[in-house]
Design a protein around this ligand. Structure first.
Ligand code: ZN
Length: 71
């Protein structure tokens, strides 16, 4: 091995829900496996419809924040 340690930390992206404007966190795995383009399962369990990048973010999802803080 090269001595490069694999980090345990899951890579997470922020996705803003187009319906609520709330920012959720989606793991990269979930993003790749999205059933439909632009539709992701957030770490809080919500199904998120990705908004266009121009939509203003109206706060972060509580469930996702707690998940993130617990890591
Ligand atoms: Zn969430």
């Amino acid at each position: 091995m090269t001595g490069l340690a694999l980090t345990e930390r899951v890579r997470v992206i922020k996705v803003t829900d187009s319906r609520t404007g709330q920012a959720h966190r989606v793991t990269e795995d979930a993003a790749v496996m999205g059933q439909r383009p632009g539709c992701y399962r957030a770490v809080c369990g919500e199904l998120v419809l990705a908004a266009s990048l121009t939509i203003p973010e109206r706060g972060s999802c509580r469930g996702c924040q707690q998940w993130w803080a617990a890591r």
